[in-house]
Structure formats: C-alpha cells, structure tokens
Design a protein around this ligand. Structure first.
Ligand SMILES: Cc1cc2nc3c(=O)[nH]c(=O)nc-3n(C[C@H](O)[C@H](O)[C@H](O)COP(=O)(O)O)c2cc1C
Length: 197
C-alpha cells in the first residue's frame, strides 16, 4: 500500500453501502457525478460509471479528448458523488486523478461488447456533430474496417483512477438529522470525523 491508498475500512464501508443500494432497487448504483475543472475556475460535471474500486481508488473510462478528458489533463483532480436514493445514501469523494496503465485500459476495453468498442472509435466525444447520420456512417465504416477482426482500443480512450483524499458517507435519517462521516487522508493516514447534517 502506498500512502495514497484507500483504507480497507473505507472500501468495506463503500462496498457495504453499494450492496445495500443494489438490493434496495437502485437502478444504476455504479453511476457517479464526476466534477472536473480546467484549473482556472471553470467547473463541469457529468455522470460516468464506476468500473473498478481498489486501494488505488475509483476507476472510470472515457475519451481523453472529451471536455472532462481535457480538464483532467489540465487539472488532474476531481470530485465524484454517488446518489443512492433508494437506500438514502450519498457518497462523495475528492482527490487527484491519473490515467490507468495502458495494460489495464486494454484489458477493460477487451471486455466491452463489440458495439461499444465501435462506438468508442466512432464518437469524437464532446465535439460538435452535424447530424446523427454522420455518426452512423462512421459506425458503418468502422464495422467494415474491423470486420472479422478484434477492435483495438482507441488511443484516445482510457481509464482514469480517482484516488480520494476525502470520502464522505451521508445517510438519510429522520427530521433531516442525517449522519455524515468524513474520512480524510493526511500524512498518509486516514481519520474519521462526524459532521453536522
Ligand atoms: C448513466 C450514465 C452513465 C454514463 N457513463 C459514462 C462513462 O462511463 N463514460 C463516459 O465517458 N461517459 C458516460 N456517460 C456520458 C457522460 O455523462 C457525458 O455525456 C460524456 O462523457 C461527455 O461528457 P463531457 O463532455 O463532460 O466530457 C454516461 C451518462 C449517463 C447518463
């Protein structure tokens, strides 16, 4: 474990809350709202899906040239929020972000269904698109190009790992007297604080 590692306690707590969300009927428990910035005060956010979690942090995949990709290159820090309405839980994280290894990105890309692999190549994510037909034409061309062959990972598509320095678990309670527990990483060790709701 490096000093940036998530503690086992936090991973356990996250996994426990995640399972509770799923059994409570949360339709998309891996969805998190990811906030990024360009470093000059311009902030943006969007939903991405959590694809892995370990001591290094929370992994998601995207297009490097997208708005978020460009912001993460300019300012490699982010925050992410999970809302699990069905079980009354919110989890927030914030910290530095880096790209996953090329091998890890290749390995995950290979598990995606073919349509999504082609889609990753076809979409110039976040750039203007003159019509849906243009996009579908690109898809057709790519299908021909890769017919009978494996679709390689586009060089502009990869995973990022958010290694949190703060993680907050919020649990809904009666009369808006919710529970909030904030974990903070300082000098390589995690501390836990209860916050006012
Ligand atoms: C439920 C849901 C899951 C999504 N998952 C991803 C994802 O894992 N990766 C991704 O690049 N975009 C995902 N998107 C699309 C993003 O929200 C966003 O539209 C896209 O990444 C472009 O964002 P940007 O222009 O801010 O970079 C998802 C959208 C929704 C609604």
């Amino acid at each position: 474990m490096t000093s940036m590692s998530l503690s086992g306690e936090i991973i356990d707590e996250f996994n426990k809350a995640f399972k509770k969300a799923r059994v409570s009927g949360e339709p998309e428990p891996t969805a998190m709202v990811l906030a990024t910035s360009d470093g000059s005060g311009n902030v943006s956010s969007r939903t991405v899906l959590l694809k892995a979690l370990d001591e290094d942090g929370f992994v998601f995949f995207t297009n490097i040239n997208s708005c978020k990709g460009q912001q993460l290159t300019a300012c490699p820090r982010a925050s992410a929020t999970f809302l699990w309405k069905a079980s009354g839980v919110q989890v927030q994280l914030a910290g530095p972000v880096r790209r996953v290894s090329e091998e890890a990105a290749d390995a995950y890309f290979a598990t995606r269904d073919r349509g999504s692999q082609i889609g990753a190549w076809a979409s110039r994510q976040s750039e203007p698109l003159d019509s849906r037909e243009t996009l579908m034409r690109r898809v057709e061309e790519l299908e021909q190009q890769y017919e009978g062959a494996e679709v390689p990972r586009p060089p502009f598509w990869t995973g990022f790992v958010l290694s949190p320095e703060t993680v907050e678990f919020w649990t809904q309670r009666e009369f808006r007297l919710h529970d909030r527990f904030l974990y903070t990483l300082e000098n390589g060790s995690w501390s836990r604080l209860r916050l006012n709701p």
